[in-house]
Design a protein around this ligand. Structure first.
Ligand code: CTP
Length: 398
């Protein structure tokens, strides 16, 4: 819930993507936002006002002369009540209008009369997006400080493929959340590991663990929202990559170690957050062929070899990034976490009470540093990630 107490005025203009604006209202509300919807006349040709009224639970406005706003100043009142004006989809025509300060309907008048930030998610045919007039309008609007979300490239309603389709509702929500997030990590490079690792026994079997990757992915997302450049080295998990994050997929602990060391050499992160549940051991003698269960054969025995400790190796580098370790413990959390912090020589160790934490959407975190320990109380992994990033940023500044 990253948009609690935020009021967003969503302007919907005429384009096929208007149907996605309905989903967008839902997703923004899921984050706690209060939504007011204003539609242009053209938008109502694509989706009815009743849809947005039902979803937002509030009146939908289309007309500058709407008498429901007490002083008859809908173009002033609605804009002043909002923390952000968001136009999604924003048509080529509407971009042209706001680039030139036209005010000939309620939504365009609201934009001219605004004293709040304005974000736009353009949606149009690729030729319209590439048209020199649109390029000029976009350049003008960039100069005016508008926030552009997308557009994305891909299949278009007209059957063509290219730049101009509206960003997906999830990406727009992410950009809106980022807009309201303090840029604690602006200019910082953050490298993370997340998820489980998988150690092969043979080509079809292996040893892994129950880590879902949710906490690590949530922290990567929170770092990107806080303005960092983020790279995420992910073990096998099916989560989507957070917007703005560069992902490296790996399988085994040794693969993960290789990528992390190479990124430390070539990208020199400022912060390393080691959230992955890395297998401490790998099978020393994996079979190149599938092990067969021949009748009468004794069960195969596995030999193990230790895996490299990625976090300890990063922390031991000559000029290490600020290292944050994680510890999932079943008992004596603080003692074990304190011990781990010293053993791996990291400034900050984050403990959580596992292994029931794996796969859950919420968590409790205990932060252990040279000052002692403090708790981030039970909350969603998303909210905890935001709080943890603020703590990391505070320590970096210190
Ligand atoms: N870690 C790592 N490489 C390993 C093992 C762990 O980078 N081979 C990192 C984890 O990402 C985590 C921290 O070290 O940030 C602690 O991991 P954990 O498995 O809890 O610690 P271990 O040192 O393996 O101790 P134990 O399993 O005995 O509790």
């Amino acid at each position: 819930m990253n948009l609690v107490n935020r009021r967003i005025l969503l302007g919907v203009t005429g384009g096929v993507a208007a149907y996605k604006a309905a989903e967008l209202v839902r997703r923004l509300q899921d984050q706690g936002a209060t939504m007011d919807v204003v539609m242009t006349e053209a938008a109502t040709r694509f989706v009815g006002t009743a849809t947005f009224q039902a979803l937002s639970g509030r009146p939908v406005y289309t007309d500058a002369w709407d008498t429901r706003v007490p002083n008859g100043m809908a173009h002033i009142e609605l804009g002043r009540a909002a923390d952000l004006l968001l136009i999604a989809p924003c048509s080529a025509d509407f971009l042209a209008k706001i680039a030139h300060g036209r005010a000939d309907d309620l939504l365009s008048t609201l934009c001219v009369a605004r004293n709040r930030p304005l974000a736009v998610a353009p949606a149009m045919n690729r030729e319209m997006w590439a048209n020199p007039a649109t390029r000029r309008n976009v350049a003008l609007l960039h100069e005016d400080g508008l926030v552009f979300i997308g557009p994305a490239a891909g299949d278009q309603a007209c059957g063509e493929t290219g730049d101009g389709r509206m960003s997906e509702p999830d990406e727009i929500v992410e950009a809106v959340v980022a807009h309201f997030t303090p840029r604690h990590l602006a200019g910082r490079r953050v490298l993370l590991t997340a998820g489980p690792t998988y150690e092969a026994i043979d080509p079809v079997r292996g040893i892994t663990n129950r880590s879902s990757g949710k906490m690590g992915f949530a922290i990567a997302r929170a770092c990107a929202r806080a303005g960092a450049d983020v790279e995420l080295v992910a073990g096998p998990c099916s989560l989507g990559t957070p917007p703005g994050v560069l992902r490296h997929d790996v399988i085994s602990a040794r693969d993960m170690h290789g990528i992390v060391m190479s990124r430390c050499d070539h990208w020199t992160p400022d912060v390393f957050v080691s959230v992955a549940a890395v297998a401490d051991w790998r099978v020393a003698n994996p079979s190149a062929r599938k092990l067969k269960k021949d009748a009468g054969q004794t069960p195969p025995s596995l030999e193990f070899a230790p895996n490299p400790d990625i976090l300890a190796d990063v922390a031991a580098r000559a000029n290490p990034p600020y290292c944050v370790g994680f510890a999932a413990e079943s008992e004596n959390l603080i003692e074990h976490a304190r011990d781990k912090r010293e053993r791996k020589r990291v400034p900050l160790l984050v403990g959580n009470i596992g292994p029931d934490t794996f796969g859950r959407d919420d968590n409790v975190l205990v932060l252990i540093d040279e000052q002692g320990s403090s708790e981030l109380p039970r909350a969603s992994k998303d909210d905890l990630a935001g709080a943890l990033v603020a703590e990391i940023a505070r320590r970096l500044k210190g």
